[in-house]
Ligand binder design. Structure first.
Ligand code: CTP
Ligand code: MG
Length: 240
């Protein structure tokens, strides 16, 4: 293990969203992908990564689907209450990590809606992080425009310096909990909370199949990426 990660490693998985853009009528993590729910894909991958001590899942208090999944009773899964925003849900999960793991714990925060995470990308993140933490991300490929009012272009940004933030995002749990206090309205990922506190997390290049399933069109795309992962890795017996 990277010596920077001095304490136990945990995962926190925010899963208390309603999936409004998916429009399924229930939270999107319970949609099926190749015979398993998205939640089971995500959690089985995290649980199969041995260095993760425990996976803390933040779900809505009134979520009737979560307890019906066998994985919700796994000995390395802990359930906590979600919050009104993703950042609130993550904060509750990180608080539980500190309670159990102590002040030296590190935490990987990963969206439940990203079921195609590769264990090799998690390993890269752990290998490449420095003491300020790091996130999986991808350099953008499109030309990026800054918009002015009324949908006019104000500027073209230098694409060489623009990355898309993915998850997992890796930080010391105590510092992350401190960063997730106060106004969370503009906090859409963990790194932005840390940046607000003056940290400069690292960028680790991930894979573009680590999509966040958000709209209905993402499901056929996920099926394609999953089958490609399965054929790439068939000799190893694991589908990723
Ligand atoms: N999430 C959460 N608590 C919230 C809102 C979101 O834990 N109050 C979680 C979601 O369950 C998801 C992740 O954060 O795993 C990323 O959020 P997103 O993709 O936006 O999911 P939803 O909020 O469910 O979808 P939508 O925004 O379309 O309603
Ligand atoms: Mg959302």
């Amino acid at each position: 293990m990277n010596p920077v990660i001095s304490g136990p490693l945990y995962a926190v998985v925010p899963a208390a969203g309603v999936g409004s853009r998916m429009g399924a009528g229930f939270p999107k993590q319970y949609l099926s992908l190749a015979g398993q729910t998205l939640a089971e894909h995500t959690l089985n991958r995290l649980l199969s990564f041995a260095p993760i001590h425990k996976v803390v899942v933040a779900v809505s208090a009134d979520d009737p689907w979560w307890p019906t999944l066998a994985v919700s009773g796994h000995p390395r899964i802990q359930t906590v209450a979600g919050g009104d925003t993703r950042a609130d849900s993550v904060r509750n999960g990180v608080a539980a990590v500190l309670d159990e793991g102590g002040a030296d714990a590190w935490v990987l925060v990963h969206d439940m809606a990203r079921p195609l995470i590769r264990l090799s990308d998690i390993q890269s993140l752990l290998d490449q992080t420095g003491p300020q933490g790091a996130i999986l991300a991808l350099p953008v490929v499109d030309t990026i425009k800054q918009a002015a009012e009324e949908k006019h272009i104000a500027a073209t940004l230098d694409r060489a310096h623009i990355w898309r933030a993915l998850t997992p995002q890796l930080f010391p749990a105590q510092a992350l909990l401190a960063a997730l206090q106060g106004d969370l309205a503009t906090i859409t990922d963990e790194a932005s909370a840390m940046e607000r506190d003056g940290w400069q997390p690292g960028l680790v290049a991930g894979h573009s199949d680590n999509i966040k399933i958000t709209v209905p069109d993402d499901l056929p795309l996920a099926r394609f990426y999953l089958s490609r992962q399965q054929s790439d890795d068939s000799s190893e017996g694991e589908p990723w």
